[in-house]
Design a protein around this ligand. Structure first.
Ligand code: SF4
Ligand code: SF4
Length: 108
């Protein structure tokens, strides 16, 4: 099944307030991350890694704009990882009411 991303950004800024990085290590690394106070999110999909949540607000995030949170980088300077977020449905479990959603692609 192929999923496609639909919708548009509502500029709520939630996805810019923490980083979710794949946990590539073993139980020793997970124990260490938890001991540092970080949260591990189990992947709902066995084909993807669990992720660690790092509560770091992006330095480029500007709030209190009339139309919502604003990225301080221009489109051509914004990281591809930001432009393409959410990448997978599991990303949406880290925010509430994102303007994007996923749909099954129509048959080719
Ligand atoms: S959580 Fe969704 S709607 Fe909010 S800023 Fe990120 S991409 Fe846009
Ligand atoms: S670079 Fe822009 S879009 Fe990416 S996390 Fe920072 S504020 Fe958000």
């Amino acid at each position: 099944m192929t999923l496609v991303r639909k919708g548009e950004c509502k500029r709520c800024g939630q996805c810019c307030r923490a980083m979710f990085l794949a946990v590539l290590g073993d139980d020793v690394q997970v124990e260490w991350l938890r001991a540092r106070g970080l949260t591990i999110h189990p992947s709902p999909d066995p084909d993807f890694y669990d992720s660690v949540e790092i509560p770091q607000v992006c330095a480029n995030l500007h709030h209190y704009q009339p139309d919502g949170a604003i990225c301080g980088l221009h489109d051509d300077g914004k990281p591809i990882a930001c432009r393409d977020w959410p990448h997978i449905p599991a990303d949406l479990e880290t925010v509430r009411d994102c303007g994007f959603y996923f749909e099954e692609a129509p048959d080719a």
